[in-house]
Write a protein that binds this ligand. Structure first.
Ligand code: ARG
Ligand code: ZN
Length: 884
């Protein structure tokens, strides 16, 4: 059933307090829920009280203490309806029985490796008890947990522990009370055998908060980076946003089986293992960075998500876009801002742009959904974060902070909408942003075209903009959007020109800051077409457009190749230096793809090699920046720009360029690979991360040549590595080339690490993503490897997800990749629909390929959709993919 934003209605009833009681058994768990209900609308007409529920066995219902007769309520597989509730305030008591050990969907209350764990967002609470399961129903909760003391020594829920004690029969109990009102999706319960690392944080107002990270005993040593990350996050939110933690206890629990990355349950965050557990020997720099970001993300939700939450699930980006933006800023402040920005923009381009151009395209605030779980997307999260970032670009850091302050002042304790956030931002800055709200309702990536002209006689420089928002499913016509374009003008010596005044729309605007010159200005482009004329421009400049990627658009400018090489070498905006290189690389790759398709001999433009050589040799640039700047755009990004995506051609071209660069830049690459070695103990800080990134990027280039001396070097790196970053990078470098060396290295790695399931997941992912013909057979074999487990999402994402991310294997022309995924999706759907639906998404862009591939992929989608007992999750993605 499809649900629409326009149908939103306030709840008929409010829940003021909710007292839960769990009796955890080995087979069944009994849940008692006592709710203080009050009428929601002033009218007071006693409409039926409709509660959501799924897979529940109803044991009893009482209203004001008396058992409700069976003709006073109805039960269907998804609801419990109390037909004529009393007028005014009343107490409701519902007892249900559930079976956590049978719950493989990892939604609601489930068992994993003997422990109990919950996941309620978005609509999992209804699998625990009958409830108005919607975020605008906010209540104060208590939670009493009772269970066997040896099996479940640790009993956790939200808020403060107010009582605990032993019971007869080897049992014990704990009573938790959360003083803050919350929606039920933030409820959490954890019970089982855990140990904790304890830390503490003193808040800005002097309150001491106890911090606990809970894991199985053997993993405890791997939690120190997570604890560091948490403390840094708490400090950062105070410093940057003035936001202080509001309880005396903050818990994090680690679980191996979890559908998503992590969950921000009030004071009881739950994480999948990979986003908490790290040691230098077992986790890479990438893992360390991900942990920092996600620990920050979930912590930041305490204010942006929990204290102020969403009115309905369509508003998800209100909390997710904002919180992703906050975690991006946090990571930037602790690391290197430009490098973080490049990583975030790359992610947007490789994952969000394709979504925005495909059958699942939706605005950051969708208009409808069948299963909300399908809308925890890169669009809602990452594009949503870009939309939040635009406010900061427009209002500056202090204006953005004013907007945030007003947002909390107005809405603390409420469930609100995206307009409420927009209004707070605009009101706090006395601003109007015409057409800005279109970002919330229009899907598709806007394309902005820019043409420039210099007039020497009048010393003016003109930039003419036009915008085009492409049609998307259900939205054939689009309105113009508000697009902030940060611009600088670079003179012939490579310096930024001071900007003095700009003429547009009949208005002359001075750009200076109290007489101080300004070098970057943000143009507010909000019409179909508009011209901006810069005055007092003494020579023809090279414009540096969309600095820092100031809006989530595709930019199509008339910059020439030599302009781009000039910016690559000179732009003061480091992001745009990288970007100039990327634009050049994209153009180059596309033209080589055309050559390849016409069976011409491929040849690499020497200017491109020179440009990259200069970057590689720079001693002033950040090393991680250099690593990013010499990395080619991904295959997906190039396929995205083609009329008919050709995975074989793109793969061949990317491989060709890589090898060609490697051999032409061999000496420089070798120098960088060897001079950036270090025998120091592992440290996760920017200098060290940057050094390793550059070394390992160079190593991958070199190894791609498959020559004995570089293979030797990579083997040496592999064998002498003292941390996982270096070891895994060397393994990945070696794995590019089929043969005995690779097979031996992969086997050696497995034998070294078979006891560590997170490292084994990396090993699965590496093999799944190998770009070698016929890899389907290998991946199929790995499905029955003793270490693989279809019920563990992390392993599925590594092996199956990894496979789908490899264009040559997944899009194998014989359809073997599609057939493989089709089978796996049906198998997975029986176990875990959320995970299955994420996997089936790999098919969604099937129309982008040639006719043969289209027919093969379509056949799999049709096979999936006609399967018996298909989940709504998979149905929604598969049917929308076929329909568009
Ligand atoms: N709110 C969580 C986060 O972004 C994600 C929860 C996802 N749940 C889901 N059913 N898709 O931090
Ligand atoms: Zn989140």
């Amino acid at each position: 059933k499809e649900i629409f934003l326009k149908d939103y209605k306030k709840p008929d009833y409010l829940f003021d307090t909710v007292d839960l009681e769990f009796q955890l058994g080995s087979d069944e768990t009994i849940v008692t829920s006592k709710i203080a209900v009050s009428p929601g609308n002033e009218a007071g007409t006693s409409s039926p009280l409709v509660l959501h529920g799924r897979d529940l066995k109803l044991l009893s219902i009482k209203v004001n203490g008396t058992e409700l007769k069976s003709d006073k309520y109805t039960v269907d597989p998804r609801h419990l309806t109390i037909l004529t509730p009393p007028a005014g305030v009343f107490n409701l008591e519902i007892v249900t029985e559930i079976y956590p050990q049978l719950n493989t969907s990892l939604e609601g209350l489930y068992r994993t490796t003997g422990n109990f764990c919950t996941q309620c967002e978005a609509e999992g609470f209804r699998k625990i008890t009958y409830f108005q399961d919607r975020p605008d129903v906010m209540a104060k909760y208590t939670c009493r947990i009772e269970g066997d003391k040896t099996l479940y020594p640790v009993l956790l829920s939200n808020g403060n522990l107010i009582k605990q004690g032993d019971l007869e029969g080897g049992k014990h109990y704990a009573l938790w009370e959360d003083p803050f009102k919350k929606p039920c999706y933030l409820f959490a319960l954890v019970a089982g055998q855990y140990e904790c690392r304890e830390g503490s944080f003193v808040t800005c107002s002097g309150r001491k908060v106890t911090l606990r990270i809970w894991t199985p005993a053997e993993d405890l040593p791997k939690t120190s980076h997570a604890m560091y990350s948490l403390k840094e996050a708490m400090k950062w939110d105070e410093e940057v946003f003035g936001l202080e933690y509001d309880l005396d206890l903050f818990n994090i629990v680690v679980t191996p089986d979890f559908n998503m990355g992590a969950m921000e349950n009030k004071s009881l965050n739950v994480f999948q293992s990979r986003l908490v557990l790290a040691s230098p020997e077992t986790a890479t720099d990438g893992d360390y960075a991900a942990i920092l970001g996600v620990i920050g993300h979930e912590y930041f939700h305490n204010w942006t998500g929990n204290r102020v939450t969403c009115r309905d699930w369509f508003q998800l980006t209100l909390k997710e876009g904002l919180t992703v933006f906050r975690d991006q800023e946090f990571s930037s402040d602790l690391g290197c801002r430009t490098v973080k920005r490049i990583a975030d923009v790359s992610k947007l381009r490789s994952y969000q742009f394709p979504q925005d151009a495909g059958p699942m395209a939706h605005p950051i605030r969708p208009h409808s959904y069948i299963k909300m779980d399908n809308f925890y997307t890169v669009t809602v999260y990452e594009k949503g974060a870009e939309v939040v970032r635009m406010y900061k670009t427009l209002f500056g850091a202090s204006g953005f902070r004013k907007g945030m302050d007003l947002y909390f002042q107005r809405h603390d304790g409420q469930a609100v909408t995206c307009e409420d956030f927009y209004s707070a931002m605009c009101d706090a800055n006395n601003a109007q942003l015409p057409n800005f709200l279109q970002w919330y309702s229009q899907a598709g990536t806007p394309t902005v075209k820019v043409t420039s002209a210099y007039d020497a006689s009048s010393q003016t420089f003109s930039l003419k903009f036009s915008q085009e928002v492409p049609p998307t499913p259900g939205q054939p016509m689009k309105e113009p959007m508000f697009i902030p374009v940060a611009v600088g003008l670079v003179d012939s010596t490579g310096k930024d020109m001071p900007l003095t005044s700009i003429y547009s729309d009949g208005i002359l605007r001075t750009v200076s800051n109290d007489g101080q010159p300004i070098f970057t200005t943000v143009l507010q482009f909000n019409k179909k077409e508009e011209e901006f004329i810069f005055n007092n421009v003494p020579e023809r400049p090279v414009p540096s457009l969309l600095r820092g990627y100031s809006a989530p658009i595709r930019l199509d400018s008339d910059l020439t190749e030599s302009d781009l090489y000039f910016l690559l070498a000179n732009d003061s905006d480091e992001f745009n230096r990288w970007e100039a290189g990327q634009v050049l690389a994209r153009k180059l790759m596309l033209s080589l793809v055309a050559d390849f398709q016409q069976q011409k001999t491929l040849a690499l433009n020497p200017k491109f090699v020179d440009g990259l050589r200069a970057i590689l040799r720079s001693t002033s640039l950040d090393k991680e920046f250099i690593a990013k700047a010499i990395t080619l755009p991904g295959q997906g990004e190039i396929m995205d720009m083609m009329a008919v995506a050709d995975p074989d051609a793109v793969h061949a071209v990317r491989t060709f360029i890589k090898k060609e660069l490697a051999s032409q830049l061999k000496d420089d690459l070798l120098a960088a690979a060897t001079s950036n070695r270090s025998s120091e103990a592992y440290a996760f800080n920017h200098d060290n991360v940057a050094r390793r990134a550059l070394k390992n990027t160079c190593l991958a280039y070199l190894t791609s040549m498959n020559e004995p001396d570089v293979t030797e070097l990579a083997l040496k790196e592999y064998n002498s590595a003292t941390n996982m970053t270096d070891q895994f990078a060397a393994l990945a470098a070696l794995s590019q080339n089929p043969g005995q060396v690779r097979d031996d290295a992969l086997l050696d790695f497995y034998n070294k690490w078979k006891h560590d399931y997170l490292v084994v997941s990396k090993w699965f992912a590496l093999q799944a993503t190998l770009d070698i013909p016929g890899n389907v057979a290998n991946v199929r074999k790995l499905l029955s490897h003793p270490a693989f487990d279809m019920r563990n999402p992390n392993k599925v994402y590594s092996l199956i997800g990894g496979f789908c991310g490899s264009p040559v294997s997944f899009h194998a022309k014989d359809g073997s990749g599609y057939k493989f995924l089709g089978e796996v999706v049906l198998q997975l759907d029986k176990i875990n629909p959320q995970v299955a639906s994420r996997m089936v998404s790999a098919f969604s862009r099937w129309r982008r390929y040639d006719e043969t591939r289209q027919a093969l992929a379509k056949a799999q989608l049709e096979m999936i959709i006609s399967a018996n007992g298909l989940s709504e999750n998979v149905y929604e993605i598969a049917s929308k993919s076929l329909a568009a």
